[in-house]
Design a protein around this ligand. Structure first.
Ligand SMILES: Cc1cc2nc3c(=O)[nH]c(=O)nc-3n(C[C@H](O)[C@H](O)[C@H](O)COP(=O)(O)OP(=O)(O)OC[C@H]3O[C@@H](n4cnc5c(N)ncnc54)[C@H](O)[C@@H]3O)c2cc1C
Length: 511
């Protein structure tokens, strides 16, 4: 497939960097991958403590066809690497008024469930209409946005076809100027159900009131492609990709912090390590894209990227609670919602302070995978989104009182009254830890926010316009954060590099 085999450095072994390494290896390029940490997988890390096993970062896996495509590049059968289990109900939702509903995959089933939950409001019919919009936006995203290197609106549209009626129809149907929250509330007239649907934008760490309607497509991706659990935890995804990359010849070097990218006459020449410069034809950076430009390149190129004013996505606090006894009323994935979504999002995204009454996401994986805990126990994972780091945030002081707020919320709203008595192991991660462990922008979990009702979905492109031979992959590059999207960004970066090296154009059909 490949033209010239390139000698490529991949900076960072997050899921985006690993995906890029696999695709480049499959296309005949020589890959060396560096990660500053002792493990690869980046945020998809694992914690073993006292007989419990916790996924430390991502827990919800959606859109598995991205993984299928990456393994397909190497003609491998994914079943030989990963055991994926489909989860339905997808989420169990606990509301502040004591009511509960399960989010089911099947749209007619969910619609009937919504009518039972909120009778007389047309909620079921509204959900069907919302999912129709989401399906359409998903289709438009597939056509213009996914599987290709995009930086701005011009990259998405073939200018020659710009005025064709079908393209114009697609652009208009993007509902530019409308927000996710507005689109949901236009169709679903129950506050609790609207709050539940808002939370698809939490997959990308963004405010549903400020995010463009096109992000409603996430709801359809989840309904159409399901929610999956890789046996062994989401960590198994990182391990499967690292295994594949190794089989395809990648040299994976952990514990190596890349200090700079060497550039000559506007083109990549190598990477700078503590031990000196190593020469490469091309670089894929899986480090945060803004920090790549600012810290690894610097000068006017770095300053220009900073001036673009990209905003970090939210951060979060994670509690890893080893419980001696699991809770039978929890599903694998649970949301324990705040009393007021507008107040919550106002605090996190506008005021830049932790929400006084937050939403907590829980993963209780023992129901699917009892190996996460000693018999009868649970490796309970609790994630609460917080603002990205501001200069006055000192989480060494903020953590203890906020942890108590979270525990009180779980007792009050999720029926975990005796939570503290069941805890036998406890660890945590703060926004500052996330910042330091993964070299992200201001502690952001999900790269860059998707704020801006018109152009909020655009991120720095995968083929650098500033430096020849530099490609970007990861949550702060196109198409954005979350496991499927960062792996897609790795595929896109590798595909762009391969095409620039004379590789054959690969069909853009993800199915
Ligand atoms: C708590 C939490 C919960 C999440 N929940 C979900 C979820 O349920 N579902 C979901 O889909 N997504 C979730 N996400 C988001 C998802 O984990 C990320 O979007 C994704 O894993 C990021 O992948 P990445 O490719 O951007 O790389 P990262 O994971 O950010 O890894 C980048 C790697 O690059 C390394 N690096 C950076 N700079 C250098 C350098 N100069 N030299 C060497 N190495 C360097 C870092 O050490 C790191 O290992 C969650 C994230 C967190 C933290």
């Amino acid at each position: 497939m490949a033209g010239d085999g390139r000698n490529v450095a991949v900076i960072g072994g997050g899921l985006g960097g690993l995906a890029a390494a696999c695709v480049l290896g499959a296309r005949g390029h020589k890959v060396t991958l560096y990660d500053k940490n002792a493990w690869v997988g980046g945020k998809a890390a694992v914690l073993h403590e006292g007989g419990f096993r916790f996924d430390m970062g991502p827990t919800i896996l959606t859109v598995p066809r991205v993984l299928f495509r990456i393994f397909g590049e190497a003609n491998r059968n994914i079943a030989d690497y990963l055991d994926l289990v489909r989860l339905d109900p997808q989420w169990r939702c606990f509301f502040d008024d004591g009511s509960r509903i399960d989010l089911m995959e099947d749209i007619p089933t969910m619609s009937a469930e919504m009518d039972r939950f909120a009778p007389g409001k047309g909620a079921g019919e509204g959900y069907k209409r919302f999912q129709e919009i989401a399906a359409h936006l998903h289709g438009v995203s597939d056509k213009f946005f996914f599987w290709k290197p995009v930086e701005d609106l011009f990259d998405t549209i073939d200018i020659k076809a710009n005025f064709s009626p079908s393209t114009m129809r697609d652009v208009i149907s993007l509902r530019m100027g409308a927000s996710v929250a507005g689109t949901i509330r236009g169709k679903v007239k129950d506050d609790r159900l609207a709050q539940m649907l808002d939370h698809f934008t939490q997959y990308v760490g963004s405010n549903p009131y400020a995010s463009p309607a096109v992000l409603c497509s996430i709801a359809h991706m989840q309904a159409a492609d399901g929610v999956w659990y890789p046996m062994g935890g989401t960590r198994a995804v990182a391990e499967a990709l690292a295994k594949l990359a190794g089989e395809l010849g990648a040299d994976i070097r952990t514990g190596v912090d890349v200090k700079g990218i060497e550039i000559e006459n506007g083109a990549v020449r190598g990477v700078r390590l503590d031990t000196g410069v190593e020469a490469y034809d091309s670089v894929v950076s899986n480090m945060d894209s803004i920090r790549t430009y600012k810290e690894l390149i610097g000068g006017e190129v770095g300053a220009r990227m900073e001036r673009k004013g990209y905003e970090p996505a939210c951060s979060g606090v994670v509690l890893y609670l080893g419980l001696k006894e699991k809770y039978d009323h929890l599903a694998h994935h649970d949301f324990v919602f705040s009393r007021d979504p507008e107040e919550e999002f106002e605090y996190i995204y506008n005021k830049g302070e932790p929400a006084p009454d937050p939403t907590a996401y829980l993963a209780a994986p023992a129901v699917t995978d009892p190996s996460v805990a000693p018999e009868g126990g649970e490796a309970l994972y609790v994630l609460v989104h917080t603002p990205y780091l501001r200069p006055h945030h000192d989480w060494s002081k903020m953590f203890a009182p906020y942890r108590q707020k979270i525990v009180d919320k779980l007792k009050r709203t999720a029926g975990l009254e005796d939570l503290e008595e069941r805890i036998v192991v406890e660890r945590h991660l703060t926004p500052q830890d996330i910042h330091d462990r993964y070299k992200v922008l201001n502690g952001a979990i999900y790269g860059l926010a998707s704020h801006g009702k018109f152009l909020g979905a655009f991120k720095p492109g995968n083929r650098s316009r500033q430096v020849r031979g530099l490609y970007l992959a990861g949550g702060a590059a196109h198409p954005g954060p979350g496991m499927p999207m960062v792996m897609m960004s790795g595929w896109i970066a590798a595909d762009a590099l391969d095409q620039d090296a004379g590789g054959a154009q690969v069909l853009r059909d993800a199915s």
